[in-house]
Write a protein that binds this ligand. Structure first.
Ligand code: AKG
Ligand code: FE2
Length: 219
């Protein structure tokens, strides 16, 4: 197996991710990580799920936070360094941040991510991940953890054209080891209704902003 992260690797698939991000505002790569790391992430996630560690995800922040099944139906767990697989993923994404900053001059300095489980029948309606001008979440990432995903299972992530929101640019099948990256403020996207449980890690590179003198809270 070739490790794309070996220092002497001549071809680095994550480079193509950055190129597409610069060109089109989004990018998709397959075989993003060494496969054992995907297995380990899934195992850690399943362990957390069986120990009731997942919480229903809501929309809006702070006082505006609310649960809305009609908009988003997943349950989540925020990654931390307690589990070795999570810790390694956070390290990988921290390393990728430097490459992103170099290519995009975004001044990113933090990465936050959560596991997400969409039960059968759930979805996430079209949205953008960050309000324009808020300079908070800058780049969104989603890594999928589903080993088998039949073509008719639904649950695709659809990316829409920011200038013509009804125009579909890409339909991403949520199969294990596919990684999507997109600009948080501009790219509308949705999770189509899934017919089977769907596992992923959604993550965001942030640039903390001071809003009316109040520094943006961690989350
Ligand atoms: O799971 C996905 O494909 C996307 C999730 C998403 O859009 C989000 O959590 O903001
Ligand atoms: Fe999103």
């Amino acid at each position: 197996m070739t490790d794309a992260f070996a220092p002497d690797a001549t071809y680095h698939p994550w480079d193509t991710l950055i190129d597409s991000l610069v060109d089109t505002g989004y990018g998709v790569i397959h075989n993003a990580l060494p496969p054992p790391e995907i297995d380990a992430l899934l195992e850690e996630f399943e362990h957390l799920r069986h120990h009731d560690q997942l919480q229903r995800a809501g929309i809006g922040r702070g006082k505006e936070h609310q649960l809305r099944d009609d908009i988003r139906g997943d349950s989540i767990y925020w990654l931390n360094h307690n589990g070795p697989a999570q810790a390694r993923y956070l390290e990988r994404m921290a390393a990728f941040k430097d490459a992103l900053n170099y290519a995009l001059f975004l001044g990113l300095f933090e990465f936050e991510a959560h596991f997400a489980r969409y039960p059968a029948g759930s979805f996430y309606k079209t949205h953008v991940d960050s309000l324009q001008g808020r300079a908070n979440r800058m780049v969104s990432t989603v890594l999928y953890l589903n080993q088998d995903w039949p073509a008719d299972a639904g649950g695709e992530m659809v990316i829409y054209d920011p200038n013509a929101p009804e125009r579909e640019l890409e339909r991403v099948i949520p199969t294990a080891n596919t990684l999507v990256c997109f600009l948080s403020e501009t790219i509308p996207h949705e999770v189509r209704p899934t017919t089977r449980p769907r596992a992923s890690i959604a993550g965001w590179y942030r640039r903390n902003a001071s809003l009316n003198g109040v520094v943006d809270p961690a989350r």
